[in-house]
Ligand binder design. Sequence first.
Ligand code: ADP
Ligand code: G6P
Length: 478
Amino acid sequence: MPRQHTYDLVIAANRLPVDRVVGPDGSSEWHRSPGGLVTAMESVMRGREGAWVGWAGEAGEAPAPFAEAGMWLHPVPLSEDELQTYYEGFSNDTLWPIYHDVIVPAHFHREWWQDYQRVNERFAEAVCEVAAPGARVWIHDYQLQLVPALVRRLRPDLRIGWFNHIPFPPVELFAQLPWRSQIIEGLLGADYLGFQRSADAANFVRAARQLDGRSTRGETVTTTHPDGRERVVRASSVPISIDYAGLEQLARSPEVLARAEQIRTSLGDPEIVMLGVDRLDYTKGIRHRLKAYEELLSEGAFCPPEVTFVQVATPSRERVEAYKRLRTEVETTVGRINGTYGTLGSPAVHYLHQSYPREEMAALFQVADVMLVTPLRDGMNLVAKEYVTCRHDLGGALVLSEFTGAWHELHQSFVCNPHDIEGLKQTMLRAIETDPKDRRRLMRASRRRVSEHDVQRWADRFLDNLASAPERPTPKRA
Ligand code: ADP
Ligand code: G6P
């Protein structure tokens, strides 16, 4: 693609869709970045021309901008210090826990906040550099909540939208943030704010009213410019999704079908394969599902080799203390379960702390008789949608936590409360024992929902809402 200097559509996210990984010999390769944001936005941007502003995944100088898959990728540098303060600190040890029900305590440090502001300014400047006059700017997630207002200050000609991939917390939790007013002000720089659930949008509107004295009405918040003019910002829900058609096609390919058979054989051809696929994150309820599984084994509800459990856990935020602790706990538990219940050649848990290509994930989903999606809190959880999409055979059963955004769309699954270990165990057994005819009916309904609400529809809805958001500032009424 020939380099253009500016674009009509600009994406800003903490990460670029690809990470630069430097090998021990100094050679560098580009790998797909982790997480649901990249999965979704990569599909959205396929076939649309635009620029993507983000970090390239390692500390130090940023690589030069480059073209990739029809997009112009514009790397933003982060120093080693900023990695610790802005990314690991403020984004993932302050905001992430507050926005996920304080499952672990949030830490507040003024230096982290300073760097969060500085990095957000850098992102805003980079956005303005690549945005054409009147362009649409689509900012993503909790790492960049100040960028909307910063971009507006620099470039009032731009149409600015922000989408939150994670939950927005209830006002009682958000109130803990010493910098809550600055965050609200940062977000109100947008024309349109999109959230996963209507409860998230309502939480934001309530926070703006109760904590920051803004005037609100339904889905809108009124903000006043320094010149006295008023601007109305809309906040509503647009639940994210996946590329249903693309993934379905991949899951039907002979290579993926053959690989699924191969995986089943290499697992020892068990009667029941349970599967978990997550970033190794404390929000995902991995410990809870392991506990339920261990208790079922100890009660003799089933045992290997008839049953096995595959847990794929992508490495994530490995230097943050809460993530280190989680990894130790998960790996200790897996070791204990295997030591107690495994037999030679038949471990009770197959634990894989690695990332895999899409083809391998699609094959794994087809092998899973029971998919365990048990987060304690999750904005959406795309894995749940990917699983049902890959089950074109209508086989398998989805056990889904009621604390995910996905549950609000996939009611036709085996709902669970992961805090209730006894209930979770019963749900896992029910998923195994339910008449296959009934399971097929549930699977068909879930697949229909995802096919009708795919990622392109999500992006179109977001961009339509951005386009129709209240127009330019109106003069303040006397
Ligand atoms: P989050 O965004 O919190 O990580 P999601 O479930 O919304 O959670 O999205 C996770 C994405 O990462 C999905 O597209 C999933 O297929 C992918 N993924 C998860 N684990 C792995 C892995 N080990 N290898 C490759 N992709 C993975
Ligand atoms: C979630 C967040 C994303 C983030 C991803 C991976 O999906 O919503 O913003 O990029 O997790 O986390 P990481 O910290 O590795 O970028």
